[in-house]
Design a protein around this ligand. Structure first.
Ligand code: C2E
Ligand code: MG
Ligand code: MG
Ligand code: MG
Length: 288
């Protein structure tokens, strides 16, 4: 009996492996075709000045609108796109789209985009990004790029030179998911960051009043000490918000303010707030 069970288990394992492999191949083919068909869409998450409650910008978050799988989250397809070396192309498509959407947004609003460490290995990355900005007419000082795991171990000089050409044009650089394994204290010295984004896991723990809360306070203090503005991500409830508000001048984002939304819903939100460029034009026609 034991033997039989063992064998079955082995078959089961083999079947799993086979499914896994087939699924992975299928996913790679899917992502490859989706890049060709431009099936990726930008969603936008609000970023708020916690002191005033004002909307200050959006973080663009990639979604894959797949005819086969439905709406797919980036944790699934970004690693695949990285593996098959299409992350750069995918990212460019999304940024183009986002800059075109952001055209209608009030000039006070910023746009943050996540950049894969692999993209920073591309010696042409800065030129490509600046070219896209020029084509779109979007002011570089309103763009912020978010970097997590650094690829500095490999080619410090190359990454530095990319980052400095972006910064020379006014683009700001954030260290995303700060406090997790990928973004440790030593990384703060590696690049001239403009902002720290406190990882969601610590912010979520604030509500439970355990060590996460202490870590958030420590990171905010660190930001103050280094004159680095701080953003808290993953604010889900009023209690956490209140605690964060007590920590001083920081920005935040999270489901308390709303889930990431597509361009259309974002546009509607901005329209209600009077933060569409069109509204300005209309208002100045009426009153100006
Ligand atoms: P991230 O940059 O740290 O983005 C924050 C993630 O947390 C987003 O998930 C967002 O939807 C989620 N989130 C925000 N507020 C809350 C909250 O209050 N509660 C909870 N439970 N979750 C919250 P998403 O959109 O699935 O993105 C996951 C990750 O995928 C991002 O983490 C980012 O690292 C990566 N990513 C997204 N878009 C792109 C992209 O265009 N390029 C690259 N390279 N990576 C991307
Ligand atoms: Mg991010
Ligand atoms: Mg993050
Ligand atoms: Mg994250």
């Amino acid at each position: 009996y034991a033997k039989k069970r063992g064998r079955n288990r082995f078959y089961w394992f083999e079947l799993q492996m086979e499914n896994e492999l087939r699924y992975r191949n299928e996913l790679e083919t899917g992502v490859r075709e989706a890049v060709k068909a431009q099936e990726f869409v930008p969603f936008y998450e609000q970023q708020i000045d916690l002191e005033t409650g004002n909307l200050v910008g959006f973080e663009m978050l990639a979604r894959w609108q797949s005819s086969k799988y439905g709406m797919v989250n980036p944790d699934i397809f970004i690693p695949v796109a990285e593996k098959i070396d299409l992350i750069g192309e995918l990212s460019e498509q999304l940024i183009r789209q986002a800059l075109s959407d952001a055209h209608e947004w009030d000039p006070s609003l910023s746009l943050s985009v996540n950049i894969s460490p692999l993209q920073l290995r591309d010696p042409w990355f800065a030129q490509k990004l600046l070219q896209i900005l020029v084509e779109s007419g979007f002011p570089p000082h309103r763009l912020e790029i978010e970097i997590t795991e650094s690829c500095l171990h490999e080619n410090v000089a190359a990454v530095r030179s990319i980052v400095s050409s972006l910064k020379n044009q006014g683009i700001r650089i954030s260290l995303d998911d700060f406090g997790t394994g990928y973004s440790s204290l030593s990384q703060l010295r590696s690049l001239p960051f403009d902002r720290l984004k406190i990882d969601r896991s610590f912010v979520t723990e604030m509500a439970a009043e355990n060590v996460g809360g202490e870590l958030v306070r420590a990171i905010v203090a660190l930001g103050k000490g280094l004159s680095l503005p701080v953003t808290a991500e993953g604010i889900e409830n009023g209690k956490v918000l209140q605690e964060l508000q007590g920590l001083g001048d920081i920005k935040g984002q999270g489901y308390l303010y709303g889930r990431p939304e597509d361009a259309r819903a974002t546009r509607q939100r901005l329209s209600k707030l009077g933060l569409l460029v069109k509204d300005h034009k209309r208002l100045s026609r009426i009153y100006g």
